[in-house]
Design a protein around this ligand. Structure first.
Ligand SMILES: Nc1nc2c(c(=O)[nH]1)N[C@H]1C(S)=C(S)[C@@H](COP(=O)(O)OP(=O)(O)OC[C@H]3O[C@@H](n4cnc5c(=O)[nH]c(N)nc54)[C@H](O)[C@@H]3O)O[C@H]1N2
Ligand SMILES: Nc1nc2c(c(=O)[nH]1)N[C@H]1C(S)=C(S)[C@@H](COP(=O)(O)OP(=O)(O)OC[C@H]3O[C@@H](n4cnc5c(=O)[nH]c(N)nc54)[C@H](O)[C@@H]3O)O[C@H]1N2
Ligand code: SF4
Ligand SMILES: [Mo]
Length: 866
């Protein structure tokens, strides 16, 4: 059985073996059999215990049909009293195309307002604007094969080694095969992706516009313009005029870069024939996100480095089906099938749907949508496949707004999230492996996600839940599908409807698939139509674009808008992703082996900045912005710029008491795309001093009370918490840990050290270790005791000490695929392993997905100490 990975926009093919094992699909053209750690661990996310199995209404379990009745009746009452503008849908780039199509049709064609936005607003909105302004269509021109053909690859605002690992590995391979290929990484941080870079430019955050305006100006002055492109371009004069002040010196100054190194990049870009620029959130999540996108596209258009193999401006999509959402119109600023809100387009869509009404103007985008909820103007919101309580900026305000909103419907696979906590109606959705449909990856490739296990409990596909409510609202005929292939056919037909080569997105060639053909659909890149019956890998080879006159447009850049720090908030906080976690961690956070790489919320800063602020590695720190604060563990990282911080976005209130990054981030962002600037928040940081810190293992999830800080990391057979508190650790343990009826072993040491083991019937129930600072423990040994308790007194004594009688701790897990720890790697290096390949031969680390190779190289560079 073949399906597609549900995580990132690389869109890797997955094979499910008859025994349920998960491997890469060697035939899938996006990945050729490779999977990263997250994909390889997919098997561990199935049958996970935290599933939402039944519907709930007002906090009480309800039959699914009753919950659907309630949802429809309450929506109807709000629409009747306040009009359809009081209703909104907030969806996700992780839904399947068929799910989205139904949500969009319901909102725009049947409720008649465009209040449907998705988390793609937080992610791809600036790229959508960039492409639309330049090409007249939201069309990514490139494909993954370009990775292997490029002479120069520019990675800007992308940590692909961790966020698009299989695509990054393809680059690694390409560079091995063609050593003349050059890689430039443009990122304020020196990330794992910089490992491949011939040149890393640690620019000032938010200064990308200046950097690419400087490039455009350089191209103009160094014979870098492709004259044959000029007849196909509009806006050349004004864009070059706007770029003219961006001399090398001025651009270097604005970006705080060494001008020689910047010139090196400009030279490479203008001299190399085939240049591919890959970008992601460092570009989009910026105050000038859309202009950043156009600044990149401008340079490719003017220099003629697009529409050919190995060339082009390639925005990497984050989510598995962000692209699908863009195709069906899952954004409040567009209709379906790449149509806008002109009268002709609205009429056309209404004609196709034969719907009673049609939205005639854009609806509320994500940030204004939740602001309208807060003001009480939007009174009902249906959230599907995303967790805005965690991932929206100004998160605390979003939670307050949802808590006060009269009707919050949430379709979820996970029972307990920060968003389900404020829902009125919960609908159980089917998850990956249980649902059936299509997704489109970064290179416009449509692949099938296939069901291979039965849904648990009462879970139903999102499209079905939406269609059921639509039917109950009286729109039966238009929402009567029995099978997702019927929805797909309608979507494909719409894409070709009165298209006449005017809309880039056209999959009319798939509109006649039978259910069986749809089920067997093999990966194909759109457009798929009469002209390209087998799909199309690259766009714009003919230099014909989608603006009315067939030309592309250069867009003059606005002045770059870098975030300003102040005396009260003198540091800039950047936020993003780590290798083994996915967003709000509902799936990856419950998988012990994915928690091993980084098991606690952290804040990274340069050692010099840390020293100046009185912070040391491993300290707990409190980071404060104008809006809120978070607690996290200090990590020293000499790849950071001075006076900047980086914090992962992942830890919700389900995994830590107070480490929610978006409680600090403002909703301000790009005025063109309405995408928030998540990467630049002015903050201050100080040590978070507590009297004790400790580790607690317990069997079930009980968030502890009365501590200053906690963070949870599931282990095999137990939940492990990191804790910090005031008062005496022993007093806290006696007051908070329920040990009634258990046999307790305790030890009290000097300087507040305290240890406690609690047993019932010979089974370990909890283990608690506290000290003034972090107690050093053998975690694997303690966790193992929950599965196999020690059988003799010596073993129990060793457990109370937190260390195995002999043997040593594995240290931080570096290779998650094979569970290889830092200690073993250091030992192998000490014994003579001198390369990642030698380490791989000795320990297997780095030989599966390869995403730990940058860290292995780092360890090889670290001097071996005793
Ligand atoms: N492991 C993992 N992979 C994922 C995801 C995940 O949750 N976990 N999520 C997926 C999704 S939805 C997305 S959108 C992608 C995101 O993928 P990426 O965009 O690659 O990931 P981020 O960590 O958000 O940010 C990328 C980089 O932007 C840099 N940056 C910050 N500010 C600036 C700036 O001003 N200029 C430049 N040039 N760079 C800057 C940051 O330092 C960071 O290294 O990842 C996808 N893949
Ligand atoms: N500070 C900061 N904040 C950010 C970002 C950042 O870089 N920094 N990045 C932003 C970006 S790019 C993104 S994409 C967002 C991501 O943020 P979210 O979309 O909020 O994060 P997820 O954890 O992916 O949320 C998906 C939810 O859907 C549920 N789910 C999974 N499968 C299904 C399904 O099939 N059906 C339904 N109904 N539910 C399902 C999961 O349990 C989970 O609760 O975060 C944004 N927020
Ligand atoms: S690279 Fe992305 S799509 Fe591929 S296995 Fe990893 S998370 Fe899944
Ligand atoms: Mo994203």
């Amino acid at each position: 059985m073949k399906t597609t990975c549900p995580y990132c926009g690389v869109g890797c093919g997955v094979s499910v073996q008859p025994d349920g094992g998960i491997t890469g699909d060697a035939t899938h053209p996006a990945s050729f059999g490779r999977l990263c750690v997250k994909g390889a661990a997919l098997g561990d996310t199935l049958h996970s215990s935290g599933r939402l199995l039944a519907a709930q209404v007002d906090g009480k379990r309800a039959a699914l049909s009753d919950a659907l009745d309630s949802a429809a009746a309450r929506l109807r009452a709000i629409i009747d009293q306040h009009g359809p503008g009081a209703v909104a849908i907030y969806a996700s780039g992780q839904l399947l195309t068929e799910d989205y199509y139904v949500a969009n049709k319901l909102m725009k064609g049947y409720l008649g307002v465009a209040n449907i936005d998705t988390n793609s607003r937080l992610c791809m909105a600036s790229a959508v604007m960039g492409y639309k302004r330049a090409f007249g269509a939201d069309a990514v021109p490139c494909c993954y094969e370009d990775f292997t053909e490029a002479d120069l690859v520019v990675l800007v605002g992308s940590n692909a080694a961790w966020t698009h690992p299989v695509a990054y590995q393809r680059l690694v391979q390409a560079k091995q095969q063609r050593p003349a290929m050059r890689v430039v990484v443009i990122d304020p941080r020196r990330t794992a992706s910089a490992d491949l870079a011939d040149l890393h430019l640690p620019l000032r955050p938010g200064s990308d516009g200046a950097l690419f305006s400087g490039l455009l100006n350089w191209l103009a002055q160094h014979d870098g313009i492709d004259d044959t492109m000029l007849p196909h371009l509009n806006g050349v004069e004004e864009t070059l005029t706007a770029a003219r002040p961006w001399t090398l010196a001025r651009a270097a100054d604005a970006c705080e870069l060494d001008s020689e190194r910047l010139a090196e990049f400009y030279q490479l870009f203008s001299q190399r024939d085939r240049v591919l620029t890959l970008w992601c959130m460092g570009i989009n999540q910026s105050a000038a996100g859309s202009d950043n996108n156009n600044a990149i596209i401008n340079a490719h258009l003017l220099s003629g480095k697009t529409g050919r193999a190995g060339c082009g401006p390639f925005s990497l999509t984050g989510q598995p089906n962000a692209m699908g959402g863009r195709e069906v119109g899952g954004l409040a600023t567009q209709l379906a099938a790449h149509m806008g809100f002109s009268e002709a387009e609205c009429d056309r869509l209404q004609r196709f749907w034969q719907s009673p009404t049609i939205a005639r103007q854009p609806g509320l985008t994500a940030v204004p949508l939740f602001e309208a909820v807060a003001r009480g103007e939007v009174k009902a919101v249906w959230i599907l496949g995303t967790s805005p309580a965690v991932s929206m900026p100004e998160g605390n305000r979003v939670i307050q707004a949802l808590a006060a909103c009269p009707l919050v419907i949430v379709s979820e696979v996970t029972a307990n999230t920060d968003t389900t906590a404020v829902a009125d109606i919960l609908l159980p959705a089917t998850g990956w492996g249980e649902k059936n449909g299509t997704v489109t990856n970064s290179e416009r490739r449509i692949s099938r996600q296939r069901a291979f296990i039965p849904p648990p409990g009462e879970a139903k596909p999102d499209w079905w839940l939406l269609a059921q409510v639509a039917q109950r609202l009286g729109f039966g005929d238009a929402f009567g599908w029995q099978h997702p292939a019927e929805i797909f056919r309608e979507h494909a037909a719409l894409s070709g409807f009165e298209n006449n080569r005017q809309r880039a997105f056209d999959i009319s060639g798939l509109a006649q698939l039978s259910n069986q053909q749809w089920d067997r659909l093999t990966p194909v890149q759109w457009p798929v139509n009469a002209r390209f019956p087998q799909g199309c890998a690259r766009l714009f080879g003919d230099r014909r674009f989608f603006h009315a006159d067939g030309k592309a447009r250069l867009i003059p850049g606005a002045a770059p808008a870098a975030a300003q720090v102040s005396e009260a908030y003198p540091l800039l906080m950047n936020s993003g992703r780590i290798r083994d976690q996915w967003h709000t961690m509902t799936r990856t956070g419950e998988v012990p082996r994915l928690m091993q790489h980084i098991d606690e919320p952290f804040v990274a800063l340069h050692p010099v900045t840390a020293q100046r602020l009185g912070l040391a590695s491993g300290d707990l720190a409190r980071v404060q912005s104008e809006l809120g604060w978070l607690a996290a563990r200090v990590r020293l990282d000499s790849g950071m710029r001075l006076d900047e911080l980086f914090a992962p976005m992942h830890w919700s209130r389900q995994f830590a008491s107070q480490s929610h990054v978006d409680a600090l981030v403002k909703a301000r962002g790009c005025p063109v795309s309405a995408q928030p600037a998540f990467k630049q928040t002015p903050v201050r940081i100080q040590p978070l001093r507590t009297r004790w810190q400790g580790w607690l293992w317990q069997r079930a999830i009980h968030p502890p009370a009365d501590v200053q800080y906690w963070a949870r990391a599931p282990q095999q057979g137990a939940q492990r918490l990191t804790l910090a508190g005031d008062g005496a650790a022993r007093d806290w343990a006696e007051a908070q840990l329920a040990t009634q009826g258990m046999q307790c072993q305790q030890a009290q040491g000097a300087r507040g050290e305290y240890r406690l083991l609690a047993w019932r019937d010979g089974e370990l129930q909890l283990a608690f270790y506290a000290a003034a600072r972090w107690p050093m423990l053998d975690h694997a040994f303690i966790t193992a005791a929950f599965r196999e308790p020690p059988t003799d007194a010596a073993g129990r004594f060793a457990l109370l000490a937190g260390r195995a009688a002999q043997g040593s701790a594995p240290g931080r897990i570096i290779c998650s695929c094979y569970g290889v720890g830092e200690m073993a790697i250091k030992q192998a290096i000490a014994q003579g392993c001198a390369s990642p390949a030698a380490l791989g031969a000795a320990l297997r680390c780095g030989t599966n997905c390869g995403s730990c190779l940058p860290e292995l190289k780092q360890l090889l560079l670290t001097p071996v100490t005793a």
